[in-house]
Ligand binder design. Sequence first.
Ligand SMILES: CC/C=C\C/C=C\C/C=C\C/C=C/C(=O)SCCNC(=O)CCNC(=O)[C@H](O)C(C)(C)COP(=O)(O)OP(=O)(O)OC[C@H]1O[C@@H](n2cnc3c(N)ncnc32)[C@H](O)[C@@H]1OP(=O)(O)O
Length: 287
Amino acid sequence: MLLRQFTRAPNNMNLIRRIATNAILKNQTVTTNIDYNQLVLVDVNDKNGYATVTLNRPPVNSFNLELMMALSRALDQVERNNSRGMILTSIIPNIFSTGFDIRELYQADERRLREFWSVLQDCWFKLYGSTYPTAASINGHNPAAGCFFALCCEYRAMVRNSKLGISGARLGISIPLPMIYTMRSVISTRQTELALTTGTLFTSDDALKVGLIDDIATDRSDAFAKCEAFLDRFKDIPPVSRGYTKRSVRQKDMEEIAANRQRDTDEFVRAVLNPEAQSSFAAFLGK
Ligand SMILES: CC/C=C\C/C=C\C/C=C\C/C=C/C(=O)SCCNC(=O)CCNC(=O)[C@H](O)C(C)(C)COP(=O)(O)OP(=O)(O)OC[C@H]1O[C@@H](n2cnc3c(N)ncnc32)[C@H](O)[C@@H]1OP(=O)(O)O
């Protein structure tokens, strides 16, 4: 196997304590006894220097606060290691992610919800604003938040017979700004508006047609190979100027989100605690 695991933090408990202390200082929820290194795996290919970031929260990679925090830390790791590129994928055979963990949203504690959204915003800044090349190897269904993270990447290959999109509209939910900006950076404003206001989940063929994905893959290893081939396109491009150009293209979106973080968080909390949304979550969970 070409892949090797990044060196683990020397003392994991110290790291967890530091997060907990920061959380206490910031009056946030404290999550302890979580092995973040296991929730999101970070591996680097010694030959080409590409990092693979693998979501690892079976059975369906739904995002709770801990998975979001683990992704945030994994993205820090990729940045620190000066990777030549990054591939985002999932360990589950036919699912990339099922989006937010509904149990995180149902009867949510407001403080934890605010932290959840704040960490999602951090992930967005780190991934959307990364200077290294990024690709998503979408090995299965990818509705909602997982689709959002895949769209933050510069390239997407998705296996056939999967669905992808952001379906919040069907649940009576208005879509937050980071999600709108991210989709609009991939497809036209017109198509973004249509996709988000209808809550469309696209088949692989339709996603390709509209431009939400770049390639259809036969299976997960084909999707991964296609992502590597995309990253190879930058092999001979000087990385610093490349990264600077990418940041410049995305700069305006990032400045706007940075200026509106608080409002964006308030909107999210309002949307989740809305009684209609809470009824949808209750129905989903069979309550
Ligand atoms: C709704 C958001 C509200 C407010 C936010 C405001 C703004 C943000 C707007 C949009 C951003 C994004 C929002 C989200 O991410 S919300 C989550 C939306 N996700 C879904 O609706 C996906 C639901 N899941 C599925 O459709 C299927 O699971 C899927 C087709 C992906 C796979 O099907 P499969 O048959 O393979 O598996 P299942 O049997 O369905 O699932 C296995 C097991 O896992 C449980 N499950 C699935 N998804 C979730 C989830 N998102 N949260 C919690 N639990 C989940 C499922 O119930 C099964 O459990 P069990 O029956 O106990 O085995």
